[in-house]
Write a protein that binds this ligand. Structure first.
Ligand code: DQA
Length: 159
């Protein structure tokens, strides 16, 4: 099973940008922790960060037929991007939206997520720990899919 982690604009500046909101941890450190967790749990994980909307759309499309789930922090594009929303719908993969800050408690323009309605779930406001929660959540989704597939196979054999 493979998880694609996709990070949007300015997340490469974590550890530098607005530390009072996003904390001191760098993106590489977050990814290292996710990688270790993935290894411990026997899943593959791939990381991608871009400041460009079209590159994020391309990366989501590449997940089709390749990854089993997506963990996405679309950052500022969360609030504006119909293109990213459509890409998530197009690939139809389990997708967990992560936000380091609690966007519901911030400026009004951040309170709406364009992409939340097409994601499986959203994790907000836990700081960088939200990425770990998303990994745990994705493993749970994979388990549920496996159980459903096994039940379908058994039903087919009995028919
Ligand atoms: C963010 C919240 C967004 O509103 C903001 O533009 C970001 C980061 C978060 O993780 O809290 O860049 O997605």
């Amino acid at each position: 099973m493979k998880i694609a982690v996709i990070q949007g604009p300015n997340l490469n500046m974590l550890g530098v940008r607005e530390q009072h909101i996003y904390g001191p941890m760098k993106l590489e450190q977050i990814h290292q922790q996710m990688k270790e967790f993935a290894e411990q749990n026997g899943v593959e994980v791939e990381f991608f960060q871009s400041n460009l909307e079209g590159e994020i759309v391309d990366r989501i499309q590449e997940c089709y037929g390749d990854a089993n789930g997506i963990i996405l922090n679309a950052a500022a594009y969360t609030h504006t991007s119909v293109a990213i929303r459509d890409a998530i719908s197009a690939v139809s993969l389990p997708t967990i939206e992560v936000h380091i800050s609690n966007i519901a408690r911030r400026e009004e323009f951040r309170q709406k997520s364009m992409i939340a309605p097409v994601c499986t779930s959203s994790i907000v406001g836990f700081g960088p720990f939200g990425y770990h929660l998303a990994m745990v959540g994705m493993l749970q989704i994979f388990n549920e899919i496996r159980v459903a597939q096994q039940a379908a196979q058994q039903a087919a054999q009995q028919a």
